[in-house]
Design a protein around this ligand. Structure first.
Ligand SMILES: [Zn+2]
Length: 460
């Protein structure tokens, strides 16, 4: 009998095909044994709890896109954001890496890797953002993929997209050749520009009009375009933060035609709807795209159930309440994004699995297995199996907490779900065999997080 470092006993373990009460043996940061007799220096009794693969959240913003931390930058850096992640059961994060003015994608990436290396408490990877698809930038895509960064983010919501559609299409052809996944923000820049003008011309200044500046049609049209690019280029195409039924229906069509097309949605679109903007401080719910109608919410839940939605990722991009409620900002200018890393998995559990809306298997797929596979880190991440990293969320399905963002780890100081009573929280979070969080208390040092090596995309 081998002596392990840690054994998790008596928990209900999500194995990928189902769940079983078995013990999990961990040695040198990896899972080494499932079931059978084990001896270990440390053990955790997980009776009555679920042992799940740690969350792989492929969409977070923990590095400032412009010149550095300051007034107009997201509230969380890698240290703060990954502390929130570990408290919420997320053990790996995928950060959007924006090159700053004058930097190449690789230079921006190196800077962000350094940031994460010194600050991160959780394992991490980066998606380089392609802002200008000139020849030099296009040439970087194969090198980046070969160096273990096989993904590129582009924004159809930026005016610069329309100025060089051909360049972005070239980028997608190159991505298809080298196995890079293209992440697309699908909102049409010209339509949104026009809608913003219409709202301004009508003299509408309240945040209540935010949704009118980014309507569903802008998302649908951009999603249709994205699918056309996917179809012609053959690149694996990952639609980030999809929010509406119309856009989802378009994706369903593309997937039915066999395209390598994958859809991410975000907790706010599952849990909140447009009526939130009627609240006096409704600007705090601004995200891009905006919150939609109840029927969109229902369509997204259906997509999570039947597989049309591949991942639920946070797009964690928090601002303080003061920044969100800044009265000087018109409805088209609101700061977008919020803190979700600490609440995402517990809420999907409570409102999904516990309410029997989604199965345990789907929960594991959308929060861990699918993102690990799509972004080239499976089976190191994304499953509980011998040889995989021992990244685990031990969830207590009976623990009830009332969400209070002022007490949580993000520097946002509020949560869009403040006051919600949620049952089902992490009892322990384990990263590479180390207990890094117990309840909401995180015990991990900045810099312990590792860059996850990634393989090029292969179609499942
Ligand atoms: Zn984002």
């Amino acid at each position: 009998m081998v002596a392990m470092d840690l054994v998790i006993k008596n928990g209900t373990v999500a194995t990928g095909s189902g769940a079983a009460v078995i013990d999990v043996g961990i040695e040198d940061g990896q899972i080494t044994q499932l079931g059978g007799t084990m001896r270990a220096s440390q053990s955790i009794d997980a009776e009555g709890m679920f042992v799940l693969p740690g969350g792989v959240d492929p969409h977070v913003h923990l590095t400032p896109p412009r010149t550095g931390p300051g007034e107009n930058s997201w509230a969380d850096n890698f240290e703060i954001g990954t502390r929130a992640a570990l408290a919420g059961g997320v053990t790996t994060v995928g950060n959007m890496s924006f090159p700053r003015k004058g930097e190449s994608m690789s230079e921006g990436l190196q800077r962000d890797i350094e940031d994460a290396r010194t600050q991160s408490l959780a394992d991490f990877f980066h998606h380089p953002v392609l802002l200008d698809p000139d020849e030099k930038a296009l040439d970087e895509i194969p090198d980046l993929a070969a160096q273990g960064h096989p993904s590129v983010k582009i924004f159809l919501s930026f005016k610069r997209f329309d100025r060089n559609v051909e360049g972005f299409l070239k980028a997608m052809r190159i991505a298809a050749e080298v196995g890079s996944v293209m992440l697309l923000h699908c909102e049409d820049a010209a339509l949104m520009g026009c809608c913003g003008e219409l709202v301004r011309e009508a003299g509408l200044t309240s945040h209540r009009h935010y949704p009118e500046t980014r309507p569903v049609v802008a998302e649908r049209i951009a999603t249709e375009r994205a699918i056309g690019f996917c179809e012609i280029s053959g690149a694996a195409t990952y639609i980030v933060h999809l929010s509406s039924q119309e856009a989802l229906d378009v994706c369903r069509g593309g997937r039915a035609r066999g395209l390598p097309l994958y859809v991410e949605t975000r907790p706010i679109y599952l849990h909140l709807d447009r009526t939130r903007f009627d609240e006096p401080d409704g600007a705090k719910y601004a995200g891009a795209p905006p919150l939609r109608q109840k029927q969109d919410q229902a369509a997204l839940w259906a997509g999570v159930v039947d597989g049309a939605v591949s991942t639920v990722a946070t797009d964690h991009a928090p601002w303080t309440l003061e920044q969100k409620l800044d009265q000087s900002l018109g409805p088209a200018e609101l700061r977008q994004g919020m803190a979700e890393l600490e609440t995402s998995m517990p809420m999907l559990w409570a409102l999904g699995v516990a309410q029997k809306r989604i199965s345990l298997n789907r929960f594991v797929e959308v929060t861990s297995t699918n993102p690990a596979k799509l972004f080239g880190m499976y089976p190191q991440k994304g499953c509980i199996a011998p040889g995989s990293d021992a990244d685990l969320l031990i969830l207590d399905p009976h623990e009830t907490r009332t969400i209070d963002g002022s007490q949580m780890h993000s520097a946002a100081g509020y949560s869009p779900y403040d006051g919600w009573e949620i049952t089902g929280w992490p009892r322990f979070t384990i990263s590479r065999g180390e207990v890094v969080a117990e309840g909401a208390t995180v015990d991990a040092s900045p810099g312990r997080g590792l860059l996850v090596p990634r393989e090029p995309f292969e179609r499942p």
